[in-house]
Design a protein around this ligand. Structure first.
Ligand code: ADP
Length: 448
């Protein structure tokens, strides 16, 4: 609409202006050529007009000072003798130039009038009227060209926007259907990524989000199934033992006692597993005690004192080397559990007569705790997996040693929650080494 209206208004205005100047010029020329006459009469006006150059104007009227027409260029239907009751004539007779123009029905109608003066007295008026279809038809052509161009552009725009919006909605509906599928639980579904626009970026983001969701969901399922399996084993043993006691007739008290002791052991195992599971759930939910600045050394000494007895029983030498001022931001209980689990493993997986050494030192801005043993070590391919929940290199050995397969998972989660890292490695001389690194804390951070 703008494209159609604005140029038309401008070109109409241009025509108006050019008409005004040509018409007014002609009328003024005629008026000044009549200005030499003292009074205007039909004869002297006719004579004077005969020498006026052809102006190309459709009709020219000359009136006397009362507005009576003395001269009319139109021969048939001439209005000579009548009164020219036109606004422009009235204006001219009061001494003003007048002009008006209109565009109607495919033609420009312009009217112009000027007073004829004799010694500054209005003695008559010249009135010109022009009916122009030529310029109007030019304008009409221009208008219809513009309309055609606009229609063509509109059609192209419509087709293009239809094509584009279809492509866009197709991509959106594809993404939507992928989102719905994933919501329903089909975590394997991915959105098709086309092009490089924002929608493609959203699809990519959605796909990587679904990747993570799928991995988390798989880990959750594996965890639930592993946990139920781990809980089922001691429960099945308890069931078997109780059935044996109940179903064996005349069972002697010594065997009963033995069986009950076994039931007790299985119950202890169940307790250990559920405690570890609860601990992991707490770590997952982020419900942890407020951290304070804790010196690792006293905690390490306490754990080693506790483990001393087990180590001596197995003829394992338990030693430590520690530096002062190893402060970390954590809680005593957490540090206790981390050190306990690592030292317990070192003792568990070392043969009799082995050696376990703990090193604690702080260097630069890190506190490092290394627990080394000279036991069986860990096969290279299992090293990245030992921190996984329920992962065990040797299931039978771990079970026999009373392991739950959750100890290292708890260590990793606890340490990482406090901004630390833990890694497992094999020592060149045999045995495993677990290294924990925490950021070094400063005394000022300690809460009273
Ligand atoms: P578990 O309760 O079975 O000890 P962990 O999570 O503590 O569970 O350890 C996972 C597995 O890593 C163990 O089953 C064992 O195979 C291996 N592992 C852990 N510590 C050691 C070690 N010091 N030496 C050899 N193997 C180890």
């Amino acid at each position: 609409m703008l494209m159609n209206t604005y140029p038309l208004l401008v070109s109409e205005d241009l025509v108006f202006r050019s008409k005004q100047s040509t018409m007014q010029d002609s009328v003024t020329v005629i008026a000044s050529s009549l200005a030499g006459l003292e009074t205007l009469t039909e004869e002297n006006v006719k004579q004077a007009m005969a020498v006026v150059e052809e102006t190309g104007i459709s009709r020219i009227l000359v009136t006397d000072e009362s507005g009576r027409i003395l001269y009319d260029t139109r021969e048939t239907g001439s209005s000579v003798g009548e009164y020219a009751v036109y606004t422009e004539v009235v204006l001219a007779l009061t001494g003003n130039d007048a002009f008006s123009i209109s565009y109607q029905g495919g033609a420009f109608r312009s009217r112009s009038a000027a007073p004829v003066l004799y010694q500054n007295q209005v003695i008559g008026a010249v009135y010109a009227y022009e009916y122009d279809t030529e310029q109007a038809s030019l304008l009409k052509g221009f208008q219809s060209n513009l309309r055609n161009i606009s229609l063509l552009i509109a059609a192209v725009v419509l087709v293009l926007s239809a094509v584009l919006s279809r492509a866009l909605t197709r991509q959106i509906s594809e993404l939507l259907s992928a989102i719905r599928s994933v919501r329903e639980g089909a975590y394997g579904r991915r959105a098709v990524v086309r092009g490089r626009d924002e929608l493609a970026e959203i699809s990519q983001e959605f796909n990587s989000l679904t990747d993570r969701l799928q991995k988390t969901e798989e880990a959750r399922r594996r965890f639930v199934s592993d946990a139920s399996h781990e809980l089922k084993t001691p429960l099945a043993a308890i069931q078997l033992l109780t059935d044996s006691i109940l179903q064996t007739e005349n069972i002697d008290p010594a065997t009963t006692k033995e069986f009950v002791a076994d039931i007790g052991q299985e119950a202890q195992r169940l307790t250990r597993i559920t405690e570890d599971l609860l601990q992991l759930t707490r770590l997952d939910s982020g419900l942890m005690q407020q951290a304070t600045v804790v010196d690792v050394l006293p905690v390490l000494q306490q754990v080693l004192r506790m483990m001393e007895l087990v180590a001596t029983e197995r003829d394992i030498t338990l030693t430590y080397e520690a530096g002062e001022g190893c402060l970390v931001c954590s809680t005593r209980d957490e540090l206790h559990q981390v050190i306990y689990n690592l030292v317990d493993n070192a003792i568990k997986y070392s043969g009799t007569g082995g050696r376990t050494q703990v090193k604690l030192f702080c260097r630069e801005s890190r506190v490092t705790l290394a627990v080394e043993d000279d036991g069986v070590g860990i096969p290279e391919e299992d090293l990245p997996k030992v921190f996984d929940r329920f992962y065990r290199v040797d299931k039978a050995r771990s079970r026999a040693a009373g392991g739950t397969g959750l100890g290292l998972a708890i260590v990793r989660d606890t340490v990482e929650r406090r901004g630390g890292t833990v890694e497992a490695d094999n020592r060149p001389e045999g045995g495993a080494v677990f290294t924990v690194r925490w950021p070094l804390a400063r005394r000022e951070e300690e809460t009273p």
